[in-house]
Design a protein around this ligand. Structure first.
Ligand code: AMP
Length: 451
């Protein structure tokens, strides 16, 4: 799968000329995030589970690769059947989807038909007789036609279930289960929903095989409610900046994102050394460790959770006031997911990105995607002096540091037998109080809320 911040044009996604021409004639040159994430794996024939709302460009995300598949795999239309079935909860959406297929496929010789309730069935039966390439249908009418032997699903090669959450809300669950049994096992399946609660995910499991998962948040609405800042800083000084900022900033709950698991552990060690309660969740933690960390974060026992992107996917915690990008993600959509963790339910949130010299291209890609310029933020006052007063990076936590236990008992990395990555083992014991600088400069850092 191509996942690079520099992929910004449809021409980079591996689409064939007739599709590129159709896109150009609509005036589209830049794929939307869901298109950038979905098109490459779909072209490879993968199943896909997408969390995306209408308005994100998801129709083209599934229409374009499917059209390309039919272009590359021509076959006669199956009598009273179809090669692709798109299920939509409503007629309106079904019509829109069909129109999109016709638009994007205008330079291909493929037939696109719709079937939905509320219109006479006779014409639909005759349209289906000779077979169609792409059929867009609502579940009820589809089953009527199958019951009348006007249609079979045995030739379906690609199946799309769109707006799964709406389907369930509209009471289509039994219809979907029946349709599932009528579809061939061997097929490509795409499953979209605006939300993915457990019931929907279970429905997805029924249809999907080893799917690629993509999720997009409506970029504008997230970005608008989050105050976004960027601080330019050397990689080596990021830890001190984080520690000082967390000490000075009034924080309800903060998520700190690192790019690697080791990076997350390292941050936790340093924060513990400074007496800041926190925990890490990432792929090297056991499930009970993750659950405990998340519970402690949810309950407010710890205010800071350090996470990698993958581990953070399942986190849905309300009241996250701050997101810190300790390292910028190299995929700009990921930035949107990260900052979408704050500013939930209409609240305001603050996102602060620590940008090292070599991360500037990532920052530019993020700004291009979100169409938001991150506000530059200066370093805290007296940064160098205060940095020097912090507990030294290589001397953080004693085996059972009571303070770290008290504030972040489940996250004390020393208890997990971890070492500071890079071989820098603790050289001197943690210095308590005194000149550590902890808490000595509260309020000195500019408040993020004040602009
Ligand atoms: P959808 O979420 O599929 O309903 O698409 C929302 C709207 O965005 C539709 O009007 C599409 O035609 C339009 N659209 C889809 N892809 C793009 C794109 N890459 N650039 C601009 N507009 C697009």
């Amino acid at each position: 799968m191509i996942e690079s911040p520099f992929v910004t044009k449809f021409t980079d996604l591996g689409l064939a000329d007739p599709l590129l021409k159709a896109l150009a004639s609509k005036g589209y040159s830049d794929p939307t995030p869901i298109q950038r994430q979905s098109i490459p794996p779909l072209l490879q024939g993968r199943d896909l589970c997408g969390i995306a709302q209408t308005g994100t460009g998801k129709t083209a995300a599934f229409a374009l690769p499917s059209l390309q598949y039919f272009m590359n795999n021509p076959k006669p239309r199956p009598l009273a059947g179809c090669r692709m079935l798109v299920l939509s909860p409503t007629r309106e959406l079904a019509s829109q989807i069909a129109t999109s297929f016709r638009d994007y496929g205008r330079f291909l010789q493929l037939s696109v038909e719709t079937v939905f309730g509320g219109v006479p069935v006779g014409r639909q039966i005759s349209k289906l007789r000779a077979g169609v390439d792409i059929l867009v249908a609502t579940p009820g009418r589809l089953l009527d036609l199958i019951d009348q032997r006007a249609l079979t699903l045995k030739d379906v090669e690609i199946f799309v279930l769109d707006e799964a959450d709406q389907m369930l809300d509209l009471g289509f669950i039994h219809a979907l289960k029946r349709i599932d049994k009528l579809l061939p096992r061997k097929r490509q399946t795409l499953f979209f929903s605006a939300t993915m609660p457990k019931t929907i995910a279970e429905l997805g499991d029924r249809f999907l095989t080893d799917p690629v998962k993509v999720a997009v948040t409506p970029v504008a609405s997230t970005a608008e409610r989050v105050k976004q800042f960027a601080i330019h800083i050397n990689q080596a000084e990021k830890q001190a900046l984080l520690t000082l900022t967390l000490q000075a900033e009034p924080i309800d709950r903060a998520l700190v994102f690192t790019r690697t698991k080791h990076g997350a552990d390292r941050v936790v060690k340093h924060l513990h050394a400074a007496g800041i309660g926190c925990a890490a969740i990432h792929g090297n933690k056991s499930q009970p460790q993750r659950t405990q960390a998340l519970q402690a974060f949810r309950s407010g026992e710890i205010k800071i959770l350090v996470a990698t992107d993958i581990a953070a996917r399942g986190i849905d915690v309300s009241g996250v006031s701050h997101v810190f990008n300790f390292e910028l993600p190299n995929v700009p959509e990921q930035y949107v997911h990260r900052i979408g963790r704050t500013a939930r339910a209409g609240r305001e949130g603050i996102a602060v990105s620590f940008v090292a010299e070599d991360e500037r291209p990532y920052l530019r890609a993020i700004e291009r995607l979100t169409r938001v310029r991150l506000d530059p933020m200066p370093l805290p006052e007296n940064f160098d002096a205060r940095k020097a007063a912090l507990p030294k990076p290589s001397a953080p936590v004693r085996q059972h540091d009571p303070r770290a236990q008290q504030r972040g008992p489940r996250a004390n990395p020393a208890r997990e037998g971890e070492r500071t990555p890079g071989g820098d083992r603790p050289k001197r014991p943690f210095r308590r109080g005194g000149k550590s600088g902890v808490g000595a400069h509260k309020g000195a850092v500019r408040k993020f809320g004040q602009r």
